[in-house]
Design a protein around this ligand. Structure first.
Ligand SMILES: Cc1cc2nc3c(=O)[nH]c(=O)nc-3n(C[C@H](O)[C@H](O)[C@H](O)COP(=O)(O)O)c2cc1C
Length: 365
């Protein structure tokens, strides 16, 4: 089934034209994007989605240059269809050493429970796309169809270089102010990431979180911006996707629904948690930025009204990953970052190509 024409979802009139343009822009058959998911995305999953008529994605924000290159080349070997690559645009942060020591001390007893000692200092474990042009040059060299960004907007020369190279650009917005800044920067497509979304909120400044629902955000951005909007957050079936498209989204982006697919990189404990403990909450304790995941020790033991303030992203994540590693070794999976959206209880055990087909059918019902 082809959703390129007005084949039966949504209230259309002027939407048909806009919808055609986003499908044409991205050269995809269905208005469905696999969310980029650092640590969970794989070339196999991206290619499966692209080969099924959606837009596959690689979450490369946690990858170094050579691993990012390898994943892009592997995906290109598995599909001729378009896909997107995704990077993080967080502003470089200066670590407050006193805050970092306080946080390390706070988590020390947790390390000791697993006969381990915490590190003495925290590292900046993820690069930002803004740090230098290494990742930009990789995109220009490998030429994926689209490049998307989380936590902020690439710099002016980077956007211009992507445009000159014909690469479609997308940036996540969690509120109207961010959407306006994205549009003003000349980005092609705005991703409206609602509060329901699994994983990190793409918010530029976490102190200013309006916690807007996906449906409200789609309408807000649609009313105030001209650029096409893609809805992300809490979408698990075609009916929800269609509702958001009726509100003005021209496509949808799903993350959580794809995490359980065989071709994702999720480990057994994560897959089990998605099915057996489908309750989520947002915390900044894992990485230093607000992110939604399955409730575990981070929410029940570490988060506390009197806990110290968390160090900057991604320094906090360095400690969380080390604590998870020692706990995991002793069979305790409760310190994992099991990112999931608030509708995770609706997850279906289904492969990526079948999920795309099912979503398309449901969107047309
Ligand atoms: C496991 C996981 C990892 C994610 N990693 C990224 C990422 O690397 N980059 C990004 O832009 N968004 C990331 N996100 C957020 C998604 O882009 C998207 O906003 C979210 O999945 C939508 O909500 P849903 O999970 O309810 O479908 C991630 C989401 C999940 C569930």
């Amino acid at each position: 089934m082809h959703l390129f024409n007005n084949s039966g979802y949504g209230d259309k009139k002027h939407r048909v034209h806009e919808n055609m343009s986003i499908l044409q822009q991205l050269e995809i058959k269905h208005p469905i994007l696999l969310a980029p998911m650092a640590g969970v995305s794989t070339p196999e999953l991206a290619a499966e989605v692209s080969n099924s008529g959606g837009l596959g994605s690689l979450g490369l924000g946690a990858s170094n240059l050579s691993s990012a290159r390898e994943q892009i080349l592997q995906t290109q070997a598995l599909t001729d269809a378009p896909f997107q690559v995704n990077f993080f645009c967080h502003q470089p942060q200066v670590l407050n050493e006193q805050e970092a020591q306080c946080w390390i001390n706070y988590l020390k007893p947790e390390f000791e429970r697993f006969n381990a000692t915490p590190p003495q200092a925290l590292d900046c474990i993820y690069p930002s796309f803004l740090d230098n042009d290494d990742f930009l040059n990789l995109i220009l060299e490998t030429q994926p169809k689209a490049a998307s960004f989380h936590f902020g907007i690439p710099s002016t020369h980077q956007i211009q270089a992507l445009k000159n190279s014909g690469i479609i650009t997308l940036v996540s917005a969690t509120n109207l102010t961010e959407a306006k800044a994205i549009e003003a920067a000349g980005i092609d497509i705005i991703i409206a990431q609602g509060i329901e979304a699994g994983g990190h909120r793409g918010i530029f400044n976490a102190d200013m979180d309006g916690a807007v629902r996906t449906a409200d955000l789609v309408q807000l951005i649609n009313q105030h911006c001209k650029k096409p909007v893609i809805a992300a957050g809490g979408i698990m079936n075609g009916r929800q996707a269609r509702q958001l498209m009726n509100l003005g989204a021209q496509a949808v982006q799903l993350g959580t629904a794809f995490v359980q697919c065989k071709t994702s990189n999720a480990n057994a404990a994560y897959r089990q948690a998605l099915l057996n403990q489908p309750l989520t909450q947002i915390t900044s304790s894992i990485s230093g930025r607000p992110a939604r995941g399955i409730i575990n020790h981070w929410h029940t033991q570490i988060d506390h009204p009197e806990r110290p303030s968390v160090p900057a992203y991604p320094y906090t994540y360095d400690l969380a990953k080390q604590l998870h590693a020692v706990a995991n070794q002793m069979g305790d999976h409760g310190f994992g970052a099991f990112w999931a959206g608030s509708n995770v209880a609706q997850i279906r055990e289904i492969e990526a190509r079948d999920l795309i087909n099912q979503l398309v059918l449901e969107m047309c019902e």
